[in-house]
Structure formats: structure tokens, C-alpha cells
Design a binder for this molecule. Structure first.
Ligand SMILES: [Zn+2]
Length: 256
């Protein structure tokens, strides 16, 4: 039974979700065992693409993530081809959001969805916007693709103007998150405490751990996980589980 005054489980003052993007090796080798040892569940956003073409060895390449799903973690959708703005680079000759239409992005995301369902056997998941960007086109043709995502997913993670989300007012299809690369453990713990004081939901975005792009030190993430295990009054769960509970709570109290 969801309480009217708070969507969080009995005894919890706030929520935290740990999310990891792009399916990096260190997430499997470091983050998954670290989380499993502490019985913490996280969300891993993958792009289930093959190494050469989109129809080659994708299933074999991503098969190890099936085990991660079976351990209770969420395997989220991060699109198939990870399209971002060309403005991040210096070339016009790239696959980018500026060249895509709403139909293009929907097809890309739904193909990723078909593959993730096949891979994990799980039907329900959340989405994370590649590079946190939620548009296609540019200038006069630029438009948000958040409504496309809202048609197919319970929730989606972006970046936003502030690191955490209020359960009553946040847009479940463009959730804000904290980019945690290069952060110290104490800095992340500070954000968790600040979120707890204000009854909000903090979503961390991680990439590599001691390797890969946008990395975070292993020690920092371990400090955060140890802190979360001790704080019984902070609900730690996947983006899917927290979002579903908030959506049900909003329905109960008559809020969209
Ligand atoms: Zn990404």
C-alpha cells in the first residue's frame, strides 16, 4: 500500500538509483560483483549492437548481460546506435541526431528493445538518452523525442538542471541525474545526504570504473555503496522499480 505523503517504502525518506551506461567491461568486472556483495540493485543501460553491422554477432557479444539481469539488475535501453549531436565533434559526415527524424529514432530504440527482450527475457525496462540529448533535427526542424520515449517506456533518464528529482513534480520521461565521473566518494555521499534531507530521488550516472570513458575510481564507488548499505532509511533500487512506484503513487493521489 503506497503512502499518500511519500511514494517511498515504509521507513525510507528518499531514493537512490545507481546507473551505468554503455556496457563497459569494468562494470561487469568491478561494479556487478561489488553490488551483488552488498545486495544492491542497479540499472545498466546497453546499446545491443554488433561489432561490424547491426545484424552480426550482437547476441553473442551481449549474452553475458543475461546473467546480470538474472541477478536482479535492470538491463535498460540506451538505443541501438547511440546517436548524439554532431556538435560534439568537428565533422558533418557522422551518424547524428541532427540527421534523424522522430521515426528514425523510434525505429532505432525499438530495435534495441526487441534485442534486449530477446537477450534477457524481461519485457519492462527504462530508457537512457544517449549523451543525455533528447532531440532530433536542428534549427527549424529540431524537436524533442521525449514523447516517442514516453509511448514505450515507464521512465527515462536524462541529465537536467539539477541532480535529483522530486517524486511529485519530476518528468518521469526526462529524469535528472548526477554525472558522477571523477567524483570522490565523500562528494557523492554528500549528494545522497542532501537528497535524503529533502525527500527526493537521486540517480547517479556512471560510465567506466578505473578505465574507459568518463571514469570513476573504484574506491569512490565502493565508499558510496558501503554508505548506502548502512543507511537503511534510503531506498536503493533500479530506475524501473523507483519509477513504477512513483507512477502508482501519483495515480493513487490523482496526479499525472
Ligand atoms: Zn552512452
Amino acid at each position: 500500500m503506497v503512502k499518500v505523503e511519500s511514494p517511498f517504502p515504509e521507513g525510507c525518506v528518499s531514493a537512490v538509483s545507481l546507473t551505468f551506461d554503455d556496457g563497459l567491461k569494468s562494470q561487469l568486472e568491478i561494479a556487478v560483483p561489488m553490488l551483488n556483495d552488498r545486495n544492491l540493485k542497479a540499472t545498466f543501460y546497453l546499446n545491443p549492437k554488433g561489432t561490424k553491422t547491426e545484424s552480426d554477432d550482437w547476441l553473442q557479444r551481449w549474452s553475458i548481460w543475461k546473467t546480470v539481469a538474472e541477478q536482479g539488475h535492470e538491463i535498460g535501453n540506451h538505443s541501438l546506435t547511440h546517436p548524439c549531436s554532431r556538435a560534439l565533434g568537428e565533422s558533418l559526415d557522422v551518424h547524428c541526431l541532427e540527421k534523424m527524424t522522430l521515426v528514425d529514432i523510434e525505429n532505432d530504440v525499438l530495435e534495441a528493445e526487441r534485442r534486449l527482450r530477446l537477450l534477457t527475457g524481461v519485457e519492462e525496462r527504462t530508457f537512457a538518452y544517449p549523451c543525455y540529448q533528447d532531440f532530433v533535427g536542428f534549427g527549424p526542424t529540431r524537436q524533442s523525442y521525449v514523447p516517442v520515449i514516453a509511448k514505450h517506456f515507464v521512465a527515462a533518464r536524462g541529465r537536467g538542471e539539477y541532480p535529483d528529482n522530486h517524486p511529485l513534480t519530476c518528468d518521469l520521461h526526462y529524469l535528472w541525474s548526477l554525472q558522477a565521473e571523477y567524483m570522490r566518494g565523500s562528494e557523492m555521499i554528500g549528494w545522497v545526504e542532501w537528497t535524503a534531507q529533502r525527500g527526493r530521488w537521486l540517480i547517479f550516472t556512471f560510465h567506466g570504473i578505473d578505465e574507459g570513458h568518463l571514469p570513476i575510481p573504484q574506491r569512490a564507488i565502493r565508499e558510496l555503496c558501503d554508505f548506502l548499505v548502512k543507511r537503511r532509511d534510503i531506498w536503493v533500487d533500479t530506475v524501473l522499480e523507483v519509477a513504477k512506484r512513483i507512477a502508482n503513487w501519483r495515480k493513487d493521489i490523482g496526479v499525472q
